[in-house]
Design a protein around this ligand. Structure first.
Ligand SMILES: *[C@@H]1O[C@H](CO)[C@@H](O)[C@H](O)[C@H]1NC(C)=O
Ligand SMILES: *[C@@H]1O[C@H](CO)[C@@H](O)[C@H](O)[C@H]1NC(C)=O
Ligand SMILES: *[C@@H]1O[C@H](CO)[C@@H](O)[C@H](O)[C@H]1NC(C)=O
Length: 364
């Protein structure tokens, strides 16, 4: 313990000797003199976060904009989005005079500064977005850092109500290493501003629509310390038209045809083979459309139940037709008996065959 304290003391003394970043003194209002001043006074101090005392946390203000919804993979429960991440923080004590140095802001390489290690907790794959090399540095010591992120994140996708489903995916931004005593996350834009900005820039017009965003600060307690985090909930709504047109409407058509096939005259058309053809057609339809249906391990979408019930109904109606035909066939030889039953006459089937043909044929 004393060793640590001694090391800390030496380090603090060293920092005091070095002096914190103070106001920069430019010799002339040119980029060259500002670069000289930055190189002398700021860039060598990128090893530690620049605060006046170690006990004061650095405040990181974060904002995001959703630029694209690249994909939703129900099978592996993965959401892929393209974001702009805006980080802002202050370098305590840094300042320069606008007139003396000629500008209020300058872009500097990110590697030359201490930058926060902000990470997304739901990351499932590496970020493949192009890297941007610069951040803006203002004469008040304010740092403005924008970069694009291609976020492949895990998300619990619920497809029970497919294709009318709404997904709620969280993205948790927080420091990887720094405890809340060292780094505090502050919400920049409100959820309404983020939603409006995102809807303005959203490029993709695919299957998913951005329905809402909500933001909430949160705290994670782990490794004996607490971390300050900001959680974004991204609400996505599926555009169901494709599935309604390709799945639901054809399926309803086939079922309607199946229902109305009872109107067919059983003696002119073979009703059972008509129904058999319908079932065959429905099976082929299901096989082709299987690719459109999402798959996950645990839940079955309601639409699959609907398809199964439809198929079951069609099979049941075929069985019923078979039964009815069977009853009709076996009773057809007694049909004359039935026809004449009203007049209480009793004929055997043999006698019916010998009937003169002037009697109208019974309708079965
Ligand atoms: C800049 O000049 C002021 C006085 O004019 C001085 O207090 C300050 O230490 C100087 N800064 C540096 C980095 O030399
Ligand atoms: C961070 O914000 C808190 C209040 O929100 C403030 O008290 C503190 O001084 C800020 N720290 C820095 C380094 O600006
Ligand atoms: C999304 O999920 C979070 C946490 O489960 C919840 O607090 C939030 O209200 C949900 N948002 C919507 C719109 O359902």
């Amino acid at each position: 313990m004393t060793d640590v304290n001694a090391a800390e003391l030496i380090f603090i003394c060293f920092m005091l000797l070095q002096g914190f970043v103070t106001s920069l003194n430019c010799t002339s209002p040119t980029p060259e003199s500002l670069v000289d001043a930055l190189e002398k006074n700021l860039f060598p101090k990128k090893l530690v976060r620049l605060v006046k005392s170690f006990s004061s946390p650095v405040n990181i203000t974060i904002g995001i904009t959703v630029v694209g919804i690249i994909g939703v993979d129900e099978k592996s429960q993965i959401l892929t989005t393209l974001l702009w991440q805006i980080l802002e923080w202050n370098i305590e004590g840094l300042s320069w005079d606008e007139e003396e140095c000629g500008t209020t802001r300058v872009s500097v390489p990110r590697e030359q500064l201490w930058v926060p290690d902000i990470n997304i907790a739901e990351y499932m794959d590496e970020d493949k977005a192009p890297k941007t090399p610069y951040v803006y540095l203002y004469n008040t010591g304010h740092v403005f850092d924008v970069k694009s992120l291609r976020v492949v994140s895990s998300c619990q996708l619920v497809i029970y109500t497919f294709p009318f489903d709404i997904q709620n995916c969280s993205l948790t931004f927080g420091p990887y290493l720094h405890f809340a005593t060292d780094m505090r996350m502050i919400q920049g834009l409100t959820s309404e501003e983020i939603l409006k900005e995102s809807q303005d820039v959203l490029q993709t017009n695919g299957e998913w629509e951005l329905a809402g965003i909500s933001v909430a600060p949160s705290t994670l307690t782990l490794h004996g310390g607490s971390y300050s985090e900001i959680k974004y909930y991204i609400i996505l709504r599926r555009r169901p038209v494709l599935y309604v047109v390709n799945l639901l409407i054809p399926s309803c058509f086939l079922i309607t045809v199946d229902l109305f096939s009872f109107l067919l005259h059983p003696q002119t058309v073979d009703r059972s083979s008509f129904k058999m053809t319908l079932i065959l057609g429905y099976t082929v339809f299901l096989l082709i459309m299987n690719d459109l249906l999402p798959v996950t391990g645990e839940t079955t979408p309601l639409i699959n139940v609907f398809f199964s019930i439809s198929l079951a109904l069609m099979v049941a109606s075929l069985l019923e037709t078979v039964l009815i035909t069977n009853i009709q066939c076996s009773s057809s030889q007694y049909s004359a008996v039935r026809y004449l039953a009203g007049s209480l006459a009793r004929f055997s089937p043999k006698e019916e065959k010998e009937q003169p043909n002037h009697l109208p044929q019974p309708i079965s």
